[in-house]
Design a protein around this ligand. Structure first.
Ligand code: PLP
Length: 402
């Protein structure tokens, strides 16, 4: 099958939900991907913050192969060692006492929403989320997502979700009612355009939750698991949630998500309250155990911080060199975004496509920023290659704008 064959045949049989790069990826190692024609790409997207240890990291491959040869699946009517070990690791290294394992980010958020409602009790079901947020594609998580474009065509959405304007604590406060049970937010909005919530703002949200007896849910599906330079983003924000959701990088490419909670919150669930057939699958758990252990090894997270600063500086240099295209840089650790000028956002996708032609994979998020999500194992040399490529492309677009 030639690459064009695969693309044509796929377009015939696959629902048209994705805008894809015109290539067929066949292999990956570290920060590099290879397509069916042998062309190599430097991957600054990492499966959208999933393959944080790079593609086919040997520790993950070994753990997966070993577990797959032993036990692939058994229902949650049984205990398994990988589930126990992973849950203990997550509990030991977080604020949480209890874990529920799911298969994806949306499913983790669904679990968090259900837990918050169950904990809230009768008539306390409303969840306040933030404008610009992204929480998933199931109906409830779409309802929680604070971006209209994800709602269109799917109404009526489940009730009980309200959206507060970003960065406005007074309006958020005014939206709290007798029915409110939780506030849900990403400590740093990923899809919304790499937009961190300021420490003071998060602290004020935490205080509101305490004053009104609400649960604070952090969606760290994208920014958890070492992405920001700490295992969880909340560790450096001075605000600890009551419920935390994880997925994306948790299994380094194996589908797995998790809901973490304190005991008194988790106790709202009892046998039969919630379940998932595949949740906590032994192979996915084995991958996640290897991923968490690798991230917790000496010096790993410190390296993420150092490489994040290096990438930030490279992007800042580009923003200064091309002020007509870029207005600045924002992000934490190895999630960084080059913010485009309002007049340049129309070129966002074209810039990404041109960078792709030159062998680098990047993404345009929130219709505002070029989002960099390299594997956390990226090297300084990789960052140099990335920056040089983006420099060339921004140069081309800068000429076009004149
Ligand atoms: C990707 C993402 C989700 C959804 O995760 P899926 O695994 O695609 O369901 C939810 N929240 C955030 C912040 C995300 O980035």
């Amino acid at each position: 099958m030639s690459m064009n064959d695969v693309i044509e045949r796929s377009n015939k049989v696959f629902m048209n939900t994705y805008s894809r790069f015109p290539t067929v990826i066949t292999e990956g190692t570290g920060c590099r991907l290879k397509d069916a024609e042998g062309k190599e790409y430097l991957d600054f997207l990492a499966g959208i913050a999933v393959c944080s240890l790079g593609h086919c990291h040997p520790a993950i491959t070994e753990a997966v192969c070993k577990q797959a040869a032993r036990l692939v699946h058994v229902s949650n009517l049984f205990y398994t060692e990988p589930q126990t070990e992973l849950s203990e690791l997550l509990v030991t290294h977080s604020f949480a006492d209890k874990i529920f394992l799911s298969n994806s980010g949306a499913e983790a958020n669904e679990g968090a929403i259900k837990l918050a409602r169950k904990h809230g009790g009768e008539n306390r079901y409303e969840i306040i989320s933030l404008e610009g947020s992204f929480h998933g594609r199931t109906l409830a998580t779409v309802a929680a997502t604070g971006q209209k474009k994800f709602h269109e065509g799917f109404e009526p959405l489940p009730e009980g979700f309200v959206c507060a304007p970003f960065g406005d604590i007074a309006t958020l406060k005014s939206m709290i009612t007798q029915r409110t049970c939780a506030i849900l937010c990403e400590p740093l909005q990923g899809e919304g355009g790499v937009r961190p919530l300021e420490k003071g703002y998060l602290k004020a949200i935490r205080d509101l939750c305490d004053q009104h007896n609400l649960l604070l849910i952090f969606d760290e599906v994208q920014v958890g698991m070492g992405r920001t330079g700490t295992l969880f983003a909340y560790e450096q924000l001075g605000a600890v949630p009551d419920i935390l959701t994880l997925a994306k990088a948790l299994g380094n490419g194996f589908p797995i998500g998790a809901v973490l909670a304190k005991k008194e919150v988790a106790d709202a669930f009892g046998p039969g309250s919630h379940a998932s057939t595949f949740g906590g699958n032994p192979v996915a758990c084995a991958a996640a155990i290897a991923a968490v252990k690798t991230m917790l090894a000496d010096g790993f997270l410190e390296m993420v911080v150092a490489k994040g600063e290096y990438l930030f500086q490279k992007l800042l240099d580009l923003a200064e060199k091309y002020p007509e295209i870029a207005q600045g840089v924002r992000g934490v650790g190895l999630i960084q975004g080059l913010i485009l000028q309002p007049a340049a956002v129309q070129h966002g996708n074209a810039i990404v496509n041109r960078v792709f032609e030159k062998g680098v994979i990047l993404n345009f998020a929130g219709n505002t920023v070029l989002r960099c999500l390299p594997p956390l194992v990226v090297t300084l040399e990789d960052i140099d290659v990335f920056a040089a490529t983006l420099d060339e492309v921004l140069g081309e677009f800068s000429n076009k704008q004149e």
